[in-house]
Each structure stands twice: as C-alpha cells, then as structure tokens.
Write a protein that binds this ligand. Structure first.
Ligand code: ZN
Length: 318
C-alpha cells in the first residue's frame, strides 16, 4: 500500500471531509500490474498520475524463466488492470495468465499485433518470436494497445490517456529516427549482432543486421557445443571483432565464444552489455524503454565501427 493510501485508510471518515481535491483524486488511481519492465514503463507513460503501476519483473530478470510469486498473485487479483506481454514470452506463467484472463481485466498487450508483422518462432510452427520491443515502431503499436486497455477500464479518463500516449509516441518516433541513424553508420560488412540468446530478430529486421543468438528464442533451451563452434567459425571467417552480453542472461556462452575465437587466433571483445529482455536499474535512464533502446543502439553502433554520441540520443546514457 502506498503511504498516501495507508494514511487515508487510517482515518478515512475524518480525512475525506477535509481532503483537498488533489488528494481525493489520488485515491482513484488505477492499480495496474505489468509483467515486464517495458510494459510497466509504457503503462506509466500513458497512465501518468492516474495510475499506480507495479512491475513484476525487475532489472535483470529473465521473463522466459520467471514464475509468479505469492505476492504477484495477490497484486494481480487486486489490480484494476493486469497487462502481460503474451506471445509465449512469459512461458512459465502462461497457464496461470490464461486462467486469470477469464476472471477479469487482463490483456496480453503484444497479441493484438497483426500476424504479418510478427516473426515466426524457430521451434514452434504456431508461435511467434515475442521480442517485439526491439523495434520502436512495433512497440508503438503495443503502446496503443496499452492505451486502449486503460481507456476500457477508465473511460472517463480517455482524453488524458490519449494525450499522454501521443506524447510518448512522439518520443518513440524520435527514438526510431536516432536508432536508424546511428545503426546505419555501421559499415555494411560489420552489421552482425551476436549475443547470448535470440532476442534481436526484430532489431535485425528493422535495422538490416544479421542476428545470431547463441541460445534460441527462449533462454530455456541450452546452447549446444556445436552451436558455439559454428558461431566461432563465423567470427573467424568474417573477422567480426565484437560480441555482446545481455543483462538478463548468463554471459557463460559469450565467454566461450571469445575463448574459442582466441584459440583460433582471432581476437574478439565484448562490445558491451545489452538490455534484451529487461531494462536497466530502476530510477535510471536505462531503466526506461527509451533509455534501454537508446543504450542498445548506441553501444552496438560504437562497438561495430559506427558513429554514435557516447551518451546517446539525449546525452543521458551513463
Ligand atoms: Zn528473450
């Protein structure tokens, strides 16, 4: 419970008589629960001061492996709106969320995307790659779906949600322009992104990069030795000098690549840590969607020979 609400509950009758209008408004905030940080950030951007958002998966948490806790279940049961990603991202929560959908206001925000914009899942014919946030233009559509979910729960605030969403969409357009600019400055032969798992297929499509994850689309599948040696061969053959670690996935396999390439006489460095399935620390720029994607594009561009300002799009990167 937030401090303001605790105070109000403590003396409801007496307080409501004397509360200024702004305080009464605060009581009416919608309680929104979001699974991933990216969804929570979008809900905050669109909901503004009309929502309290609780995000279940913090920085560094892997959504493919995350399982709901007891306190998550309580929060979801009490929420006015539950936003989850869907497309089988939250694989361990899938059954629980499908059941929850039957009981109330629960929206799988990425599942409204038209299928022709989605990339097929390598392991399942009937599933899609869930990592749509890697393309700001696709993510804009998810933001619209979050806006519409908020409007449906609180139609009286439709105007505010629309205005907030438009403001955020303008920021996302600016982000799309910046990322396109810095990534297109990477020499064509160096546009190869190798990282711990297959989170960057939408990134690859959006910016014209070849993308290879050591593990598959889900981190649940183990990388085989053969996969590692195939990628080592590719690093050596193509003279690729940088690979990337991810904040939410162990760097063990990436280090095996670097050692393998080194044994073959080819030096490879870690180009940086990318935010693949989770954002940066709370309260930092990298802990927002804009900062996460700005960081990734800036780090990738600079590590692979492109031109990007050291502190990114808005001079805010750490
Ligand atoms: Zn992933």
């Amino acid at each position: 419970m937030n401090p303001m609400r605790r105070m109000l509950v403590a003396g409801t009758a007496a307080l409501t008589m004397v509360l200024p209008a702004g305080w009464a408004m605060a009581v009416d905030r919608l309680d929104v629960v979001a699974t991933t940080g990216m969804i929570g950030d979008a809900a905050r951007q669109v909901g503004g001061d009309l929502v309290n958002v609780r995000t279940l998966m913090g920085p560094g948490v892997d959504p493919h492996a995350y399982r709901q806790t007891r306190s998550d279940i309580v929060a979801m049961a009490n929420a006015d709106l539950v936003l989850w990603h869907g497309l089988y991202l939250e694989a361990q929560m899938e059954d629980f969320m499908r059941e929850l959908e039957e009981g109330g206001k629960v929206v799988a925000v990425a599942e409204s995307l038209p299928h022709n914009l989605l990339i097929g899942h390598e392991d399942y014919d009937d599933k899609f790659d869930p990592h749509v946030w890697m393309n700001p233009n696709l993510w804009s559509r998810v933001v619209l779906s979050i806006r519409d979910a908020l409007i449906e729960v609180r139609p009286g605030s439709e105007e505010a949600f629309r205005v907030n969403a438009d403001t955020h969409l303008a920021e996302l357009r600016q982000l799309a322009r910046y990322t396109t600019q810095v990534l297109s400055s990477v020499p064509a032969e160096s546009r190869v992104l190798i990282s711990a798992h297959d989170a960057f297929n939408y990134f690859g499509n959006a910016y014209g990069f070849e993308v290879l994850g050591i593990q598959g689309i889900s981190t649940e599948s183990e990388a085989g030795l053969q996969r590692i040696s195939e990628i080592v061969d590719l690093l050596v053959d193509r003279g690729i000098g940088a690979v990337f670690v991810e904040s939410s996935v162990s760097d063990r396999n990436v280090r095996a690549l670097i050692e393998g390439a080194g044994a073959a006489g080819h030096e490879v460095v870690i180009g940086g840590t990318l935010f693949s399935d989770a954002m940066g620390e709370d309260g930092t720029y990298e802990g927002t969607y804009l900062g996460m994607i700005d960081h990734n594009a800036t780090v990738i561009s600079r590590a692979l020979g492109g031109e990007a300002p050291e502190r990114g799009m808005s001079d805010l990167l750490n």
